[in-house]
Design a binder for this molecule. Structure first.
Ligand code: N01
Length: 852
């Protein structure tokens, strides 16, 4: 029995607990590691079913923290077997004397936070009580097999096996009639070997899974070569990848190539036999269902090619959910097994299990006797092992209570109400979406560095703030909503365990982004945490990621391009740059027809582009003004947005150009805008629309023009407008609102750039003219109904918000939409940012509402 008063208690001696023990010792922390099994290895200690292998290649599924291991250990195959991985774990434990720091066959019964002494009090199955400052659950994501939820499981008197708790001495199925329930990774890996021995196997399948052959053999040559060439670079690439395995990022949409080409590309990845390679052939199979269908159909064709009975092949073919939304599997001879005469597949949808009996299983209208039943029915994943221990935090709240509606964590590492409590690869971290070794090492190192940091500063407790935790939950939801993951009932969603809350538990934002977040939290002095010590408490409240994840990706890409700031360009350069950028974006949806024309402006002709819906007219007409700071842009520069608004609102959009600064300064844009509106009103019928259903719309400087034109129409005798749609409009050039400070350097539109626009457009004394600053009009009453959309990370946010509020105060019906996590440009990026779809739909609905 070890010391009963230590710095850290770690639960679990799998790869996470082992590495953490090593690091704690290296950094002078006393610790106890408690492990329920008899040896190290965690999941690889328990999961001994036949055929158990890791399906991440051995080039990647290994520790990187001890470089000597690469010399001292050589993996024999591409995909290591469970015994070999266990041997590796043992070697590491022996080499680093870890066994001496681990108590085996000890379970934690309860762990309770003592807020006075600021320690965790841990009671174990051996009756010992251990006090520790920090308590770490390194219990793994898939360690608690889910309870059997099939009627009659207790009745069966034959042999019963659970894949996740396989007998250490192995099982001989020779001459036996075996029932296998479950067709996830464990079932798929074990079936061929069980069938090789048994006289009869009946596989009970509820949902077929997507599986690809492992093509096991030597380690992947290209990875071995890279490791031998520059191991350090390879490891950095793994840590900054999406999944923890270096893979090229595709830029090719699965929908951009014909089926034959798509299948040829997928075939190359298929032959590689690597779990993550199929999903990285195309850029969009993880986010677009139609693109995913290309991959799904390819995988189904593979099943049909192997399984001889077409009916069985069809039953084995997953349908109705996207590839990757359930954990994909790797197999060796799984589908071939169904060609054997003694193997039968039972589809539980047509022949459900009625009950398990003393001697067999009653299903459909059949009753069959078995000698053994193998449950490959999965785990209470991610949270099961953590809440299995009775963990009580501050104020007597248990973790189980707190997580009643789903796990809540900050970074997947910590949770509010549970000071000095850490989880390794917990819910809210990338964990099971990744190469676990990479994720484990990152978590261990973050916890280690944090404990060292706290000790150096004399801090006794660390606990996240509710704001940070809620922000992290929201960010997880935002990341998940970009994917197809939440559409499927999977164990990722907790959907495999009856009664478990349906929440996507792992973080879907990827390894690189997650690592950057964790590093940033530390660099910002533990943003989102309360630190307490004898010297008092420091509350560093805040949110670590508020920008929509897809917007962030675009910002990262733009940053990598190292473009010069626009305000350092001449207007001509800015115009050329804007036009060149427009050629790279997706075109937007098809509309019924597009007509280009010319109309008279205040001082000469203006180009316009008319977008007509496919439906029959006459339609309402929206006169649209483009963005570009009054300096650049044109009647076609917001083309994708105009198309989306046309299709979504079933209205004609007439996108009108106006004269630009600095050649034509204030009030040229306003005058042209008003002239254009008058012309459209008087030519409505020939444009295919109705003059009595007119509205204006615009984005940014175009939103300014639209707002000004609406005021001019009110004041100068029409035409009557039914509405105004103002997307992140400029409404007040007279002073910088606080959102200029919040987003000064920020997010494509900066304070400096706005300064540049204003300087080109209007003299300072003109900027308080309502034709430049509609917010400053003496009255806002009598304006048409408005929809104003502002974005959280936009210097123009506050003036847009102010305009919406001021119009509402003046009695104008206003729909005010504040786009969370968005930047000035992001709602115009049609078909680039999935997170803007809802807002674009809202804008279209706003237009429809004007004409309802
Ligand atoms: O468990 P699973 P697993 N009646 O949950 C079915 C990792 N792992 O142990 O899909 C009938 O995937 C269930 O059906 P359905 C890996 O991350 C890794 O196989 O819920 N059937 C499903 O078919 C993996 O994803 C490796 O409709 C029932 C199966 O049982 C995770 O562990 C190897 C049922 C369970 O599949 C879990 O894999 C093994 C019921 N009442 C595991 N309840 C490698 O790295 C459940 N099922 C190689």
């Amino acid at each position: 029995m070890g010391n009963s008063d230590v710095d850290v208690v770690v639960v679990g001696a799998g790869f996470a607990g082992m590495y953490l023990l090593h690091e704690l010792r290296e950094h002078g922390f006393s610790s106890r590691v408690l492990e329920a099994g008899k040896d190290v290895g965690g999941t690889w200690y328990w999961n001994r079913y036949p055929g158990a292998r890791c399906d991440i290649a051995t080039t990647d599924y290994q520790y990187t923290w001890d470089p000597e291991l690469h010399e001292q250990w050589t993996w024999s195959e591409k995909h290591a077997t469970q015994p070999e991985i266990l041997e590796y774990a043992r070697l590491v434990a022996k080499k680093h004397d870890l066994y001496s720091g681990i108590d085996f066959e000890v379970r934690v019964v309860e762990a309770t936070w003592n807020d006075v002494a600021r320690v965790w009090v841990v009671r174990t199955s051996t009756g010992e009580t251990i006090r520790c400052r920090h308590y770490v659950m390194a219990t793994g994501c898939l360690s608690v097999p889910k309870d059997p939820d099939i009627p009659g499981t207790d009745r069966f008197i034959g042999e019963v096996y659970v894949t996740g708790r396989w007998p250490h001495e192995g099982v001989d199925f020779t001459g036996k009639r075996v029932a296998m329930i479950g067709t996830g990774s464990s079932g798929i890996q074990s079936l061929p070997l069980i069938a090789a021995e048994a006289t009869e196997v009946v596989v009970f399948q509820r949902t077929p899974n997507f599986s690809m052959p492992a093509f096991n053999g030597p380690r992947p040559a290209h990875r071995v070569a890279r490791l031998q060439g520059d191991r350090a670079a390879y490891e950095v690439e793994a840590r900054t990848s999406l999944t923890g395995v270096p893979l090229p990022m595709s830029t090719v949409s699965a929908l951009s190539v014909d089926t034959e080409t798509a299948h040829a590309m997928l075939e190359v990845a298929w032959q590689e036999g690597e779990l993550l390679s199929l999903g990285s052939v195309f850029s969009d199979t993880g986010i677009n269902r139609e693109a995913n269908d290309v991959l799904a159909e390819f995988m189904r064709s593979k099943i049909r090619a192997v399984v001889k009975d077409p009916e069985v092949a069809e039953l084995l073919s997953p349908r109705g959910y996207a590839v990757g939304t359930k954990r994909p599997c790797m197999d060796t001879g799984y589908y071939e097994t169904f060609n054997l005469p003694h193997v039968r597949l039972v589809d539980l949808h047509t022949q459900p299990i009625r009950t398990i009996t003393e001697s067999g299983i009653e299903f459909g209208d059949e009753s069959k006797e078995f000698d053994a039943i193998v449950y490959a029915t999965g785990f209470d994943a991610m949270t099961g092992a953590i809440v299995a221990v009775d963990i009580t935090g501050r104020d007597g709240q248990t973790l189980k209570q707190k997580w009643g509606d789903g796990p809540l964590t900050y970074l997947g590492l910590t949770t509010v109400g549970f000071p000095n409590f850490f989880m390794i690869t917990g819910p809210g971290s990338p964990s099971v979406f990744t190469n676990m070794m990479v994720s484990i090492e990152q978590h261990v190192e973050w916890i280690r560095d944090t404990l060292v940091n706290l000790r150096e500063r004399g801090v006794e407790t660390i606990e996240p703030t509710p704001t940070a935790e809620e922000g992290w939950r929201q960010h997880n939801v935002d990341c998940a909503s970009l994917t197809l993951l939440t559409e499927t009932d999977s164990w990722y969603m907790g959907a495999n365990v009856p009664g478990k809350p349906r929440v996507l538990m792992p973080y879907a934002g990827g390894v690189a982004r997650y690592r950057a977040v964790c590093d940033e939290v530390r660099a910002k002095e533990y943003l989102g945490f309360v630190l307490e010590g004898p010297a008092g408490s420091t509350v560093n409240d805040g949110l670590i990621r508020e920008i929509q994840p897809d917007v962030e990706m675009v910002l990262d890409m733009m940053a990598q391009m190292g473009l010069p700031p626009m305000e350092t360009m001449t207007p001509a350069e800015a115009r050329a740059f804007s036009e060149a950028s427009a050629t790279m974006r997706p075109p937007g949806p098809e509309v019924g027809s597009v007509v280009d024309g010319v109309l008279p402006g205040a001082r000469g002709d203006l180009n316009y582009r008319l977008y007509r819906p496919a439906s029959s007219g006459p339609h309402p007409i929206v006169v649209y003004f483009h963005g570009g700071g009054w300096v650049f842009g044109s009647h076609v520069s917001d083309d994708p947005l105009c198309r989306a608004l046309c299709v979504g609102s079933d209205t004609i959009i007439v996108s009108v150009d106006y004269r630009h600064a600095p050649e034509d300064r204030f009030p040229a844009a306003a005058d042209d805008g008003y002239a254009a509106l008058q012309w459209v009103a008087s030519h409505a019928a020939e444009l295919g629309g109705s003059a009595d259903r007119l509205a204006v719309a615009g984005w940014s400087a175009g939103g300014n023009v639209a707002a000004v034109v609406a005021q001019m129409a009110r004041d100068l005798g029409g035409p009557d407008l039914r509405g105004q749609l103002l997307l992140t409009p400029v409404t007040d050039g007279s002073h910088w609102h606080p959102s200029y400070d919040d987003n000064a350097e920020g997010y494509l539109l900066t304070r400096a750039m706005m300064q540049w626009f204003w300087d080109h457009y209007a003299d300072p004394h003109d900027r308080s003219d309502p034709r430049a600053s509609p917010l400053l009009a003496s009255s806002l009453g009598g304006l048409p109904p408005a929809m104003v959309i502002t974005c959280q990370y936009d210097p123009l946010r506050d003036e847009g918000d102010a305009y919406a509020r001021a119009m509402a105060a003046a009695g104008v019906p206003v729909q005010h939409v504040q786009a969370r996590g968005h930047i000035h440009t992001s709602l115009t990026m049609i078909d680039v940012l999935p997170s803007n779809r809802g807002y674009v739909a809202q804008m279209a609905a706003g237009l429809r509402s004007f004409f309802a």
